[in-house]
Design a protein around this ligand. Sequence first.
Ligand SMILES: NC(=O)c1ccc[n+]([C@@H]2O[C@H](COP(=O)([O-])OP(=O)(O)OC[C@H]3O[C@@H](n4cnc5c(N)ncnc54)[C@H](O)[C@@H]3O)[C@@H](O)[C@H]2O)c1
Length: 286
Amino acid sequence: MGRLDGKVAFVTGAARGQGRSHAVRLAEEGADIVAVDLCRDIGTVDYPLATPEDLAETVRQVEALDRRIVARAADTRDPAALRAVLAEGVAELGHLDVVVANAGIAPMSGRPKLQAWSDVIDVNLIGSINTMQAALPHLGAGASIIATGSIAAMISNETSGNPGGDPGGTGYMWAKRTLASYVHELGRTVIPRNIRVNAVHPTNCNTDMLHSRPMYRAFRPDLENPTREQAEEIFPTMQGFAVPYVEPGDISAMVVFLASDESRYVTGMQMRVDAGAYLKLYDWHV
Ligand SMILES: NC(=O)c1ccc[n+]([C@@H]2O[C@H](COP(=O)([O-])OP(=O)(O)OC[C@H]3O[C@@H](n4cnc5c(N)ncnc54)[C@H](O)[C@@H]3O)[C@@H](O)[C@H]2O)c1
């Protein structure tokens, strides 16, 4: 018996990385999946985003578990597209119980600078809000909404340095911080409907986003073109524990818990999966 038997979960950014890991782990626990991913690049993001083949691989992995999946290429910046995918998904799978607003970009040092600022706010903040709001009409009592923030939401220029040191980096931090605030307010708003809303805040996570030129530059602003090895020298300084990053599965474990009825009285929480990064960066702050 799975922890999510009979549930249907909507996951964005599901073609690879954390999103694929969430879709597969939720399916392993018995959920059917509605999955979307942009499946194309964004000009200000200096690393390739997922491809249609990546999304097809997520479909293959979910179906290998004997779960059903409706997967479509869609942009979370386009609310009409999200509504259409959800209408299709709910028609096919019957209902919707879980939302994982996970899609995101990291356009640190992206050019043109102000376009990078706009893009990261559009995807990481507005796109996540679009995801949750497109899902709301389908959700009833017992539903669970989960938004992917970042430990970057909780750090500041003073404590950590600004990732990217430019509008793409500050936009990333501000978008994640404001998403955390939205989660709090949405949680208050849907309490009467018995719907839960929580955020998960990962530290460095072992995905293509972390292993990218913009991230390497953010961690090694002292170098012109840092290599993976040079960035990895700095990765462990972020966390309290002596690890360079966590794995997508570590974040999925929290997502499965928040999606399941085990967390039925947990709402409005900002769940850090950060290997002690916050404790390391803050002396005392609750
Ligand atoms: N990797 C890290 O170190 C880290 C740390 C903290 C938070 N996060 C957050 O975790 C989430 C998942 O990122 P990841 O680490 O798996 O990186 P990733 O780049 O592997 O995955 C992100 C996915 O989102 C998709 N996507 C981007 N823009 C989209 C859009 N407009 N519409 C639909 N899909 C879109 C991409 O194609 C990609 O498949 C993001 O919100 C990210 O900001 C990542």
